[in-house]
Design a protein around this ligand. Structure first.
Ligand code: 5AD
Ligand code: FES
Length: 349
């Protein structure tokens, strides 16, 4: 009993891939023992590759205006309860300066799809950040743009781009998004980002409505083929002002298991213990690290706007100052025998 999934985890460790039926079997049949087995293996792999060091990235959520209407998301355009805000270029720069002083060497600028920030304007901003802090990496997470816009931003010195694919199954994608959004376009964006030389992040929500073991199998196959430099995985958490408000949240344990499987399949991948993971369980980020994660991305946004960037209910750290989060993470990592690494933390094969 239970040996089947362990054998598949071993096979994944050796071959760095599994067939679709094998993945489906893993997701349908794993138990707590298998999960612990995968976590142990994943932790050994991340210790071997990255030691007991955890990279930190500071996220500046600079606008919660969004032209999109993803059904799951709290800042979707149809949510008229959301209090919208935009930070000025000066405010964004000030967040980075503050972040620099408390030890961040990667800044992640994230927003809804807000066209008032044109590629030219953002390129200017990226150049300004790079000029002020030449030793830092800049990551953008702005959703789907045109190839020319991605190129403008890359030419301005942007190092990385995060765009979760959300699901590798087209039918599932359509159930999570309004009709005007296209699965093909999202995947096309990811290929363009990689082609332009960005360190590229993809990712999913675990337990998003209508997700099946087959969907997850396709996500793992997509990761194996696309080989993202970073994989963002967090549990789906409902937001009270969205059509998915009564949908059950994703499984905490399955999220941890997926982190471990990603680490085993792609040993060098940058794998954050996400804010959603820290929201679903108070020790979620620690458990994420113990399951193979090696990155944490705390918030650098001004406290005044933090509660407004609510993708899901009860998001953590919305009342804290950036320096508090920095100290808090230091302690949390120490408590499990890990240390914060303040270098840029680039992807290395
Ligand atoms: N629960 C969990 N994660 C969410 N995201 C958006 N809405 C939710 C939600 N309700 C994730 C998406 C998106 C990322 C920025 O946040 O995966 O790509
Ligand atoms: Fe923000 Fe702990 S990380 S308070």
């Amino acid at each position: 009993m239970g040996e089947k999934v362990k054998a598949l985890i071993d096979k994944l460790n050796t071959d760095k891939q599994l067939g679709k039926d094998e993945w489906v079997c893993v997701f349908n049949e794993y138990d707590e023992d298998d999960r612990a087995y995968a976590a142990q293996l994943a932790r050994e792999l991340s210790l071997k590759k990255y030691g007991n060091k955890i990279f930190i990235r500071g996220i500046v959520e600079f606008s919660n205006y969004c032209k999109n209407d993803c059904i799951y998301c709290g800042i979707r355009r149809s949510n008229s309860c959301a209090q919208r805000y935009r930070l000025t270029d000066e405010e964004i720069l000030a967040c980075c300066d503050e972040g620099y002083d408390i030890g961040f060497r990667t800044f992640v600028l994230q927003s809804g799809e807000d066209k008032t920030y044109t590629a030219e304007r953002l390129a200017e901003l990226v150049r300004a950040i790079k000029k002020a802090h030449p030793d830092c990496a800049v990551t953008l997470s702005l959703g789907e743009l045109e190839y020319e816009e991605y190129k403008t931003l890359r030419d301005a010195g942007t190092d990385r781009y995060l765009l979760r694919h959300e699901t590798a199954n087209k039918e599932h994608y359509q159930k999570l998004h309004p009709e005007e959004m296209s699965f093909e376009h999202r995947m096309e964006c990811l290929r363009q980002l990689k082609e332009l030389g960005y360190q590229t992040g993809a990712g999913i929500m675990v337990g998003s409505p209508y997700q099946t073991a087959e969907c997850l199998a396709e996500d793992m196959a997509f990761f194996a083929e696309f080989k993202p430099h970073m994989i963002g995985i967090g549990p789906f958490l409902p937001h009270k002002d969205t059509p998915f408000k009564d949908m059950p949240k994703g499984s905490y344990e399955l999220t941890l298991f997926l982190l471990s499987l990603c680490r085993i399949m792609l040993p060098s991948v940058l794998l954050p213990a996400t804010t959603a993971l820290g929201t679903i369980d108070p020790r979620g980020r620690e458990q994420g690290v113990l399951s193979g994660a090696n990155v944490i991305m705390p918030n650098l946004s001004p406290t005044a706007v933090r509660k407004k960037y609510m993708l899901y209910d009860n998001k953590i750290c919305t009342g804290d100052e950036s320096a508090q989060c920095r100290g808090c993470l230091e302690r949390r990592m120490k408590s499990i025998g890990y240390e914060i690494d303040i270098s840029r933390g680039d992807y290395e094969q």
